[in-house]
Ligand binder design. Structure first.
Ligand SMILES: CC(C)(COP(=O)(O)OP(=O)(O)OC[C@H]1O[C@@H](n2cnc3c(N)ncnc32)[C@H](O)[C@@H]1OP(=O)(O)O)[C@@H](O)C(=O)NCCC(=O)NCCS
Length: 253
């Protein structure tokens, strides 16, 4: 019998969180294009570790883990070891099987470009990642420039949902839905007048639309144009999605 619990993540969870991100987000074509020669996954691990430790340090971010506890029967030998009966005993084994981050983003605009479009702090932070040891610079630039543009559309104070992942063995059981609900209960009770934003990878849309997120903008990158290994990675579509505030400004609770 399995039991699932959502808890705040801590420094002690870093290695298991890296594993979750590597087995979920890390399996997408985006990572394959950005790190074509990362055969042992070491570059990815480094990238995920930096992101997780950054989230754990950032007071504006709450990083949650989904833990599955499984009761397992263990054989226990009595005082007369090797003789007599073996008694069965229940032991609980915990595995970290999913995660999500909720950020309260001030949405500060760092500069306005000449065409009137905005550049947010978050967008500029993404744009500033121009290299990665062993990474594919051209793919990295094309993908992250697009992601940064999506983030620039999220100006104004808002919540952001990031790093949603559920280990493949635990998918399609409603766990991502529970992680989303956990975050949205916080947003709706803490600051109901703020919208929530996220960027969605292909395949995760239904989890988001179910919770009232609506697509706002999209960035599509032809990954084949940047892949030196000729793997036919196809095109990669990344969408920004917004959930309206539970309580629009001006409305009283
Ligand atoms: C996207 C992802 C987080 C979804 O996780 P998940 O735990 O499988 O999601 P859920 O189980 O909540 O929902 C998935 C499906 O299971 C179904 N489901 C929901 N509750 C269920 C339950 N109790 N029992 C069985 N199925 C259920 C849902 O209807 C949904 O089906 P649909 O998409 O056809 O509507 C996971 O696939 C993943 O980690 N993917 C790789 C990384 C990624 O894309 N992350 C998102 C970044 S934007």
């Amino acid at each position: 019998m399995s039991h699932f619990t959502i808890l705040p993540a801590t420094d002690a969870d870093v290695q298991e969180l890296i594993h979750v991100l590597q087995m979920t987000l890390g399996k997408t074509a985006m990572y394959a294009a950005m790190m074509p020669y990362d055969t042992d996954g070491s570059i990815q691990r480094m990238m995920h570790e930096g992101r997780i430790r950054g989230a754990l340090r950032d007071p504006a971010v709450r990083l949650f883990k989904m833990v599955v506890s499984r009761r397992v029967d263990t054989e226990v030998t009595g005082p007369d070891e090797g003789e007599g009966e073996c008694a069965g005993e229940n032991e609980s084994r915990d595995t970290l099987c999913g995660c999500v981050a909720l950020k309260l983003d001030e949405g500060r605009v760092v500069k306005s470009s000449s065409d009137g479009s905005v550049r947010t702090e978050a967008g500029d932070a993404i744009r500033s990642i121009t290299s990665l040891p062993g990474g594919n610079e051209d793919a990295l630039r094309a993908i992250l420039e697009g992601v940064a543009r999506l983030y620039d559309g999220m100006s104004g104070r808002h919540y952001g949902i990031e790093m949603l992942g559920v280990l493949p063995a635990y998918q399609n059981q409603g766990l991502a839905t529970r992680l989303m609900e956990h975050c949205l209960r916080i947003t709706d009770s803490e600051s109901p007048s703020l919208p929530t934003w996220l960027t969605a990878l292909p395949g995760a849309n239904s989890v988001y639309t179910r919770h009232g997120f609506v697509g706002v903008d999209e960035d599509v990158v032809d990954l084949n144009a940047y892949d030196p290994t000729g793997r036919h990675l196809g095109s990669f579509a990344h969408r920004s999605m917004r959930r309206p505030p539970k309580q629009p400004a001006g409305e009283k609770a």
